[in-house]
Ligand binder design. Structure first.
Ligand code: S3P
Length: 174
């Protein structure tokens, strides 16, 4: 992060790790604006995540996601909840590291499926790669860029948000 960066608080992690709900609570606690990369992609595309995957494939979705990330550098400081696959492209990982403090919410593949398994906007949970394999592919990427890691298993959203808030205070980010 350099002195001109907006120092966002960036939540990453696998689908169903609770990023959106925790981000909402953190935004309320800190008074910062809340941004969701999926929401920004959908707004820009004018159709749903499921439709983008169907029409443009995962690659098309990832390009749209990258454009959204690039635009974050000129946004006011925010709590940013990222789609679970944002770490797949190496360029995104280095960009995220420049954009602020990265909070990795850890979840098991089993708990992820139990929380969000039936959602149309997560086509990859019903793709050719099993969720636990997808998580294994990505785990190292999440860990590589995380400034803070919080295990979410068997914890409610409020507890996770409190833990993240505490860790951000210890790091003097907030
Ligand atoms: C994806 C996660 C989704 C969404 C899209 C792809 C992924 O976001 O961006 O379905 O590759 O893990 P959530 O992590 O918010 O579910």
């Amino acid at each position: 992060m350099d002195s001109t960066s907006p120092a966002h608080i960036i939540l990453i992690g696998f689908m169903g790790s609770g990023k959106s709900s925790v981000a909402r609570m953190l935004a309320a606690k800190t008074g910062l604006r809340l941004l969701e990369t999926d929401e920004l992609v959908v707004r820009e595309a004018g159709c749903s995540v499921a439709d983008i995957f169907a029409k443009e494939g995962e690659d098309g979705f990832r390009s749209r996601e990258r454009a959204v990330l690039k635009a974050l550098s000129s946004q006011e400081q925010s709590v940013v909840s990222c789609g679970g696959g944002v770490v797949v492209r190496a360029q995104n990982r280095s960009l995220l590291a420049e954009l602020g403090t990265i909070v990795y919410l850890e979840v098991s593949a089993e708990e992820s499926l139990a929380r969000v398994g039936q959602d149309d906007n997560r086509p990859l949970l019903r793709g050719s790669i099993a969720p636990h394999q997808l998580l294994e592919q990505r785990r190292g990427w999440y860990e590589e860029i995380a400034d803070i890691r919080v295990d979410t298993s068997a914890k409610g959203v409020a507890q996770v948000a409190d833990e993240v808030y505490q860790r951000l205070s210890e790091l003097k980010v907030i």
